[in-house]
Design a protein around this ligand. Structure first.
Ligand code: NAD
Ligand code: TDX
Length: 332
C-alpha cells in the first residue's frame, strides 16, 4: 500500500483521480487542498476513512508541505488556478499557486527524495491552425498564450530544471480538455448544461469555431496512474483521447441531448487571445506505457455528464449565480 499525497484533490480532476485510485488500487490517499472557490469537499464525500485523509492548506506553505512530504511515498500535483478567463481578470493568484506553489513542492521533493508527478496542460504549446495536419507532441516548442497557460508552462520548466539540476524524481503529463462529474460551473461544458437546466441560453464565445480535444476525467486518471507506475523519471507524456470537436458542435450536442432546439444559444464576446485549436498526439503514452482510453464515445460520456449535473444540483447550485454575474459583467 503506497501513501499518496494528492494536491488539489478537492478540485475537478483531482477529486476524480482520488475516486479512481480508491476504487482501482489499495493505496492510501491524503489530499492537500486550500479550498479556494474551485475546491469542494462535497466532491470527496463518502470516501473510506481508513484509506483517505483531508488536509486544508496551501501548497505554497513550505512548513506544511515539508511535513506532508516526509510521510508520502509519492505526490501527484493537481493544485492550480485553472481557469483562463479568471487569469485574464486577475493573474496574481496564478503566479502564487502555479509558480511559487510548484516551486515549494519541488524543494520538498528534493529534500525528501519523494517521487513527484506534475499535472499540466496542452495549453503550454499554444494553439494550432484549424487545418494543421500536425498535433501537439512531446517535442512541440512551448508557446503559451494566457496568464494561466504561461504559469503552467513556467511550472513545467521548473520541474524539468529540478530533475536535471537536483535529480528530483519527477514526471510530467500534459493533458487536453477534460469533461465529467465535479467540474466547476465556470467551465464551458458544465456552464452550458447548468444554463439549460436553469432556463438560460448557452453562451458561445465568438463564432464557436475553436476546437478542443475532449477526454473524460476518468481516462485522465487512468493515464496518470499508468505514468506513476511505469513512467520514466524525467519524461513528459501527453495525454489525449482523439476527441477533437469545435465549441459550436459541443453546444449543439448538449442542446440536442437535453431536448432543446439546436440553435437555442447566444454568441457572446470572444475571449481575449482565445486559442484556436488544441490537438494531442498521445502515441508515446500508448506505445511506451501501454495506456488507452476507455471512454471512446464522447456523446455517451456527455449524456452521462448531463445526467450527473441533473442529479447533483445541490453540488453546483451555490456557485452558479456568482459565476453568471461575473460573466455578465464581461459581456459573456
Ligand atoms: P480546479 O480549478 O477544478 O481545481 C483546482 C484545485 O486546486 C481546487 O480544489 C483548489 O482549491 C486547489 N488549489 C488552488 N490553489 C491551491 C493552493 N495554493 N494550495 C492548495 N490547493 C489549491 O482545476 P482542474 O480543472 O481540476 O485542474 C487540475 C489540474 O489539471 C491543474 O493543474 C490544471 O492545470 C490541470 N489540467 C486541467 C485540465 C482541464 O481540462 N480542466 C486539462 C489539463 C490539465
Ligand atoms: O461560456 C463559455 N463559452 C465558450 O464558448 C466558456 C466558459 C468557454 N467557452 C469556450 C472557450 C474555449 O474555447 O469553450 C472552450 C473551453 O473553455 P474552458 O472550459 O474555459 O476551457 P479552456 O480554456 O479550453 O481550458 C481548459 O482546458 C485546458 C481548462 O480550463 C484548463 O485548466 C486546461 O488546462
Amino acid at each position: 500500500m503506497r501513501r499518496l499525497l494528492v494536491t488539489g484533490g478537492a478540485g475537478f480532476i483531482g477529486s476524480n483521480f482520488v475516486h479512481h485510485v480508491l476504487e482501482h488500487t489499495d493505496d492510501h490517499v491524503t489530499v492537500l487542498d486550500k479550498l479556494t472557490y474551485a475546491g469542494n469537499l462535497a466532491s470527496l464525500d463518502g470516501l473510506p476513512s481508513d484509506r483517505f485523509a483531508f488536509i486544508q492548506g496551501d501548497i505554497a506553505d513550505a512548513g506544511l508541505v515539508d511535513e506532508l512530504f516526509s510521510r508520502a511515498d509519492a505526490v501527484i500535483h493537481y493544485a492550480a488556478e485553472s481557469h483562463n478567463d479568471n487569469s485574464l481578470h486577475d493573474p496574481r493568484p496564478f503566479l502564487d499557486t502555479n509558480i511559487i506553489g510548484t516551486y515549494t513542492l519541488l524543494e520538498a521533493a528534493r529534500k525528501h527524495g519523494t517521487r513527484l508527478h506534475h499535472i499540466s496542460t496542452d495549453e503550454v504549446y499554444g494553439d494550432l491552425e484549424l487545418d494543421d495536419p500536425t498535433r501537439f507532441s512531446e517535442s512541440t516548442p512551448y508557446n503559451p498564450s494566457s496568464p494561466y497557460s504561461s504559469t503552467k508552462a513556467g511550472s513545467d520548466l521548473l520541474v524539468r530544471a529540478w530533475v536535471r539540476s537536483f535529480g528530483v524524481r519527477a514526471t510530467i503529463s500534459n493533458c487536453s480538455n477534460n469533461y465529467g462529474p465535479y467540474q466547476h460551473v465556470e467551465k464551458f461544458i458544465p456552464r452550458q448544461i447548468t444554463n439549460v437546466i436553469r432556463g438560460i441560453r448557452p453562451k458561445l464565445y465568438g463564432a464557436g469555431e475553436n476546437v478542443r480535444d475532449w477526454i473524460h476525467a476518468d481516462d485522465h486518471s487512468s493515464a496518470v496512474l499508468t505514468i506513476l507506475d511505469k513512467g520514466e523519471i524525467g519524461e513528459t507524456y501527453l495525454i489525449g483521447a482523439d476527441g477533437e470537436k469545435n465549441n459550436k458542435e459541443v453546444v449543439e450536442l448538449i442542446l440536442a441531448l437535453m431536448g432543446e432546439a439546436k440553435d437555442a444559444y447566444d454568441h457572446v464576446t470572444d475571449r481575449a487571445g482565445h486559442d484556436l485549436r488544441y490537438a494531442i498526439d498521445s502515441t508515446k503514452l500508448r506505445s511506451e506505457l501501454g495506456w488507452k482510453p476507455s471512454y471512446g464515445d464522447f456523446e455517451a460520456g456527455l449524456a452521462a455528464t448531463i445526467q450527473w449535473y441533473r442529479d447533483n444540483e445541490q453540488w453546483w447550485a451555490p456557485a452558479k449565480d456568482g459565476v453568471e454575474a461575473f460573466y455578465a459583467s464581461k459581456g459573456q
